[in-house]
Design a binder for this molecule. Sequence first.
Ligand code: 5AD
Ligand code: SF4
Length: 449
Amino acid sequence: MQRPNTKSYFLKTFGCQMNVYDSERMTEALVRDGYRETDDVANADLVILNTCHIREKAGEKVYSDLGRIRDMKDVRKRNGKNTVIAVAGCVAQAEGHEITTRQPAVDLVIGPQSYHRLPELIARTENTRERIVETEFPGEEKFERLKAPRRVSSPSAFLTVQEGCDKFCTFCVVPYTRGAEFSRSAATIETEARELIAAGAKELVLLGQNVNAYHGEGPSGRSIGLAELIRRLADIDGVERIRYMTSHPRDMDDELIAAHADVPQLMPFLHLPVQSGSDRMLAAMNRKHSAAEYIDLIARIRTARPDIALSSDFIVGFPGETDADAEETLALVRAVGFAQAFSFKYSPRPGTPASSLETQVPEEVKSERLQRLQALLDAQQAEFNAQSLGGTVPVLFERRGRQPGEFVGRTPYLQLIHTAADGDLVGRTAEVAVTEVRRLSLTGVIAAA
Ligand code: 5AD
Ligand code: SF4
């Protein structure tokens, strides 16, 4: 039962889809506890920042936000109102007590494995004005303990199936902030999937830091992989589309490749980070595969699903990277052909092995390499989008657009597409003829519902 809506909360999410999912779960728990959401941070009784620690910039943004929120807290205090400031997410996990030292206005620091304790900890800091830092790894299914009904804000719903990572790429904080790999049981995932579908979801986006390492408990207690989980979810009535992210090349097994060939709901789009095209860099990054192995893997996936579109992550300027290594990354991009990709300058993260290497690459060299890589990736994205022109694609409409009568949806290849229509298309899938291609999105007209 819901208590009366007395208090308001403001929640800001940084970083990846996993944080978006966690924020949804926190929201549900807060709403169940009688909180209502506000987008006016200056008038919120509770402010939560769900933070990201993956690169330095993301972490620093949190502290500049906290400075502004502290000022608002001071103003509210002068007016006799209390404000609870909570920092959640990966900065909370990585920095713990450092956060309350750097910004004493923070009341609660809560790591991603402790969200089931959020309501209790907020109440405690409110009552005692005690500062709390909670960054334990309890090793239990936190989501099962965050018992609140699932709500959906979009026909495309995130569903976390595994968390953490055991790969220890030498640049990455995730194994430290999210801990060891943990897979939820198939039964709990299927229950949540049914709840999401009942609440209006049509597409399930299965999330995990290393999602294709999934090995949860299946029926009769044996462990199942991501491919079998996908097949089970595809059997649920009403599941129209399935996607998953983020995957590691080493965990792309034959069963998962086969699922791309024969599960109709599994969308022909795969985000498969490669990070670099240089074997020397891949080894230094501890990626556990070569450039040739990645290219061969892509060939096998394309054999199974010829129309699959590929996406990736790249890091330029990893310690010791030479011009020749950077060239090899460009060569890999040309060999594979990506529909879209994310690329970043290497950012040294405290506590990770690569951060203490003495061969750090100068900032201007990183910038120059990033520019060249992004120019190539942008050209490939433009070329990929241009192929859609004149064709027809099934579009799942996710929301209304800015113009009256405009709807925004996604093609199977995750392209954004805008369409004008009478009535309400949100949650519906329709065939759309592509009439215009822009840099980041397509425009089309309804061909058939
Ligand atoms: N510096 C730059 N990029 C990073 N990523 C992870 N750690 C770092 C880092 N220290 C990138 C990787 C990863 C994506 C989520 O973020 O490309 O796949
Ligand atoms: Fe980080 Fe991904 Fe490597 Fe795991 S596989 S350490 S999450 S980059």
